[in-house]
Design a protein around this ligand. Structure first.
Ligand SMILES: Cc1ncc(COP(=O)(O)O)c(C=O)c1O
Length: 412
């Protein structure tokens, strides 16, 4: 019997908790505390982290910042994005990918994602190009790099700036090259749930010296390397990271390589075994994805082929001891923020020209409304036996699909 109806759950033990930390973090944090050098301008931690993270991600420069939202905004400002410019973004992503564009006073234009990879569909991007298009932000969704070969080809043809949103893709590789080194700039997040975390934080990576210099200035109140302390060259802000965050990130970075390998191995194992069940379609992985970051293990469920509705399946999986969710409830153009163009002081001329109600993103809509199932990254950090439990839970729910279909779960 399903655990949802009183049966024995497949799993009662918790999965690997997140975040993972130990003596190394404790000692390094205490060292910062006792040093009295708490800000990045006074101590070595953030600088050391920037250098190490950038090198691991195939880049000459890393500029650590307060979070993975301002990192996108700073990258857009450094790229010279201005009012009236258009920036193409996917509709299936966290809201920041698009709001960062608005905060640069430019217009996000939504190009649909591919139904199987959940990343930007290059054909949809081409259909969105206009003379105002200046940049594209491909999201490496769930940790799988977007189709960067096609996206960089479009960029070259139309002289566009590519900012990778790599918030999910620490340690991922594409044709053997690290995510974060594939476009002109990239943005990562270190928010609590991310594969590398200091509670909050972010970084911009790039191989372009001029863009790096510009990002560094914007993240530090518009200062320049040889300028006076109270000399400010561009509109900017204080987006610096603290040394406490730098200390934690340096320790977490020591763990990243092994954790990424474990996630990738377990993720591939789960994907191949879940695909054998009717109606389940794990995120498709092309040959260009040489390592998946697996910030999320994501799949689609075809309710008819599986034989039970998604909402009921999620409830049944939870009861079997498998934490899971439906992910985003809306494609971004359907968010009230976009429907009502609640952009505050930004885009003062947006009212006539932009109509997000007309954005055509059927794949994203289907994924949001009916099909997505997300498992969080830390579930993939355990032994193979943990994957066996996840598979067994899906199999059990599938075996009992008729009961699930026939029961009204609204009261449960
Ligand atoms: C795809 C994507 N981009 C950007 C962000 C923003 O990062 P942060 O939460 O650090 O501002 C997130 C965070 O959830 C994200 O998932």
């Amino acid at each position: 019997m399903l655990a949802l109806f009183g049966g024995t759950p497949v799993r009662t033990r918790p999965f690997t908790p997140w975040p993972i930390f130990g003596k190394a973090e404790e000692e390094r944090l205490l060292r910062v505390l006792r040093s009295g050098h708490w800000g990045r301008l006074d101590g070595p931690e953030v600088s050391e982290f920037e250098n190490r993270f950038a090198a691991m991600h195939g880049c000459a420069h890393g500029i650590a910042v307060a979070n993975g939202t301002v990192s996108l905004r700073i990258a857009l400002l450094a790229a010279g994005i201005r009012a009236e410019d258009e920036v193409i973004v996917p509709p299936y992503t966290f809201v920041s990918t698009a709001t960062a564009v608005i905060e640069a006073n430019a217009s996000p234009v939504f190009a649909d994602v591919d139904l199987d990879t959940f990343t930007l569909d290059p054909a949809a991007v081409r259909a969105c190009l206009t003379p105002r298009t200046r940049a594209i932000i491909p999201v490496h969704f769930a940790g799988q790099p977007a189709d960067m070969t096609a996206i960089m080809a479009i960029a070259e043809e139309h002289s566009l700036v590519i900012i990778e949103d790599a918030a999910h893709a620490h340690g991922a590789t594409y044709q053997g090259r690290p995510a974060g080194s594939l476009g002109h700039m990239a943005s990562f997040s270190f928010q609590s749930s991310k594969n590398l975390t200091s509670g909050e934080g972010g970084i911009i990576t790039t191989n372009d010296d001029a863009l790096a210099e510009s990002c560094r200035s914007i993240h530090n109140c518009g200062r320049v390397p040889d300028g006076l302390w109270y000399e400010h060259h561009v509109i900017s802000g204080n987006y610096r990271l603290s040394e406490f965050q730098g200390a934690v990130l340096n320790c977490q970075l020591d763990r990243l390589e092994e954790q990424t390998r474990t996630r990738d191995r377990n993720g591939q194992d789960l994907a191949s075994r879940l695909a054998a069940l009717p109606g389940l379609r794990p995120q498709a992985r092309g040959p260009a994805c040489t390592r998946h970051g697996y910030h999320l293990f994501m799949l689609r469920i075809d309710e008819t082929a599986f034989g039970a509705p998604r909402g009921a399946v999620l409830k049944a999986l939870e009861a079997e001891g498998i934490p899971c969710s439906a992910g985003y409830g809306f494609s971004l153009p359907d968010q009230p923020l976009f429907r009502h163009k609640a952009f505050g002081p930004y885009l003062p001329n947006a009212s006539g020209r932009l109509d997000y109600g007309k954005a055509h993103c059927p794949n994203s809509d289907l994924i949001c409304r009916e099909q997505a199932i997300w498992l969080e990254q830390h579930l993939l950090l355990g032994p193979r036996g943990d994957m066996d439990d996840i598979i067994r839970a899906f199999e059990k729910v599938h075996e009992h699909r008729a009961t699930l279909r026939a029961t009204d779960l609204r009261a449960r």
